[in-house]
Design a protein around this ligand. Structure first.
Ligand code: ADP
Length: 261
């Protein structure tokens, strides 16, 4: 078993009030799988991913990668956030070289960086500053930087959430290509049903209050996928059916909160 999330619970405590965010999460992910975590806003997707990253700890339970319990961030896990978080004073290539600075010589790091920048189709932008690039291009730099560390797992937290629809679908194609080429295990947080169907081998559909895994859905559709094919539409309807109740729960709670204030 490659990545295991075993009986994980997470509570946050605020002024004596305990918020049970995740309840009894059990998942096993195989090496090379592309797995999406899908659910309504606030169901605990980012919390779960940040615990796999080692940025946050479960209240109980354990997460292990290749048999090693995760206690803190490590080079075996590369992270890509919704905002690319590049260093603005560094060039594109320097940003990708940065995590490699202690591992190898500068010229080796440059070579590795250029390899991954080629993979994300930014070979012509190595000397540019991040601010000279579009949002989608910046996100591709962030992906190249995460891959340059050669992690075992790529953890992506709504990486395309801030991008326009067209850029998003171009990056879907690119990410799928990168995944097929590198055979990396990818754990991908999204609230888009279509995005999860387009990309994943498996979709972990989450419910909320507290966050639980409602269903672990295997997506057997041939790649590259189109969201307009009949089977994709069927799957989308099925997932929407699962999530509708959860979204209703959130809306109801928000309305109750609004009327009590
Ligand atoms: P999602 O990624 O699905 O939108 P999150 O994991 O960001 O959900 O948040 C899940 C719940 O945990 C939310 O109710 C949020 O307010 C709460 N939460 C997240 N981080 C913290 C924190 N550091 N302290 C207290 N509560 C938090």
């Amino acid at each position: 078993m490659f990545l295991t999330i075993n009986q994980v619970n997470k509570q946050y405590e605020n002024q004596g009030i305990v918020n049970q965010v995740l309840s009894d999460i059990n998942v096993t992910i195989n090496e090379g799988e592309f797995v999406s975590i899908l659910g309504p806003s606030g169901c605990g997707k980012s919390t779960l991913l940040s615990m796999v990253a080692g940025l946050n700890k479960p209240t109980s339970g354990e997460i292990s990668l290749q048999g090693n319990p995760i206690k803190k961030p490590g080079k075996d896990r590369g992270m890509v956030f919704q905002q690319p978080a590049l260093f603005p004073w560094m060039s594109v290539e320097e940003n990708v070289m940065f995590p490699l600075r202690k591992e190898m010589s500068k010229s080796q790091a440059r070579e590795v960086a250029h390899g991954f920048l080629k993979m994300v189709q930014l070979s012509n932008y190595t000397k540019h500053s991040p601010h000279e690039l579009s949002g989608g291009m910046q996100q591709r730099v962030a992906i190249a930087r995460a891959l340059a560390m050669n992690p075992e797992v790529l953890l992506m937290d709504e990486p395309f959430g801030a991008l326009d629809e067209q850029t998003r679908s171009r990056l879907h194609v690119e990410l799928e290509k990168i995944w097929l080429e590198t055979k990396k295990t990818i754990l991908f947080v999204t609230h888009s049903i279509q995005e999860s169907i387009k990309l994943s081998d498996r979709i972990l559909v989450m419910g909320t209050r507290p966050g639980v895994i409602l269903e672990d859905i295997k997506v057997d559709l041939p790649r590259p996928r189109s969201n307009s094919r009949e089977q994709a539409i069927e799957l989308e309807k099925r997932i929407l059916g699962l999530l509708e109740k959860e979204i209703e729960k959130v809306v109801k709670e928000e309305l109750e909160y609004a009327s009590s204030n």
